[in-house]
Design a protein around this ligand. Structure first.
Ligand code: FMN
Length: 184
């Protein structure tokens, strides 16, 4: 993992708080980590947390110039050795499956070079997870090969429902990322 460039996309799910620990795990392994957040994600975790952890600006707004010399969505996409979306909402999975690029995160995903894999870590309420639209969107993405998924677990969810859709453990996410990077 040393010196690997990990681009982490955080979306608007309650499990966003777990991504702080995930970022820390990558950093401890010697990786360089940059974080992109959706507006929704900023309702759950403050960008300052990720900024302080990573020592990089946190990228949120498509129209803000973070580095004057660069077109951000292109330079971030080229920078990454792997992109991880954790947590991935039903919405972002649907957008990516449909080729929608309407914010910085989804635009970067669209702009990734073909050799850069995307590891998607879904987390959502059981009904959202079992919704055939979500399942169809996942099938679509799996068909492109570039998009890998970390399996959700069954358990008690943040909304206190019990069932499928619970986010994977950070250890499993790290392991999947390691496997993808080892092939590069
Ligand atoms: C308290 C709360 C928790 C939420 N948790 C989730 C979640 O775990 N998974 C999910 O898919 N959507 C969840 N949502 C809904 C998303 O925030 C919503 O679909 C949003 O449009 C996602 O946008 P984004 O993917 O651009 O961040 C939650 C919403 C609220 C208010």
């Amino acid at each position: 993992m040393k010196n690997r460039k990990i681009l982490i996309g955080v979306t608007g799910g309650i499990a966003a708080y777990k991504t702080c620990s995930l970022v820390n795990m990558f950093l401890k392994e010697g990786a360089d980590v940059k974080v992109i957040m959706t507006e929704g994600a900023t309702k759950f975790v403050t960008p300052l947390t990720f900024q302080a952890l990573t020592n990089h600006p946190v990228y949120i707004d498509m129209w803000q110039t973070y580095n004057k010399e660069e077109v951000e969505h292109i330079s971030l996409a080229k920078w990454a050795d792997i992109m991880i979306i954790s947590p991935a909402t039903a919405s972002v999975i649907g957008k990516v499956a449909c080729g929608i690029a309407d914010n910085l995160l989804t635009t970067v995903i669209m702009a990734l070079p073909k050799e850069t894999d995307v590891l998607i870590v879904p987390a959502m309420n059981t009904n959202m997870w079992e919704n055939p639209i979500t399942q169809r969107n996942i099938e679509t993405l799996v068909g492109y090969k570039k998009y890998k998924f970390v399996e959700t677990r069954k358990g008690i969810l943040a909304c206190r429902d019990e069932g499928a859709g619970k986010i994977a453990d950070n250890d499993d996410i790290l392991e999947e990322a390691r496997k993808i990077l080892a092939k590069k």
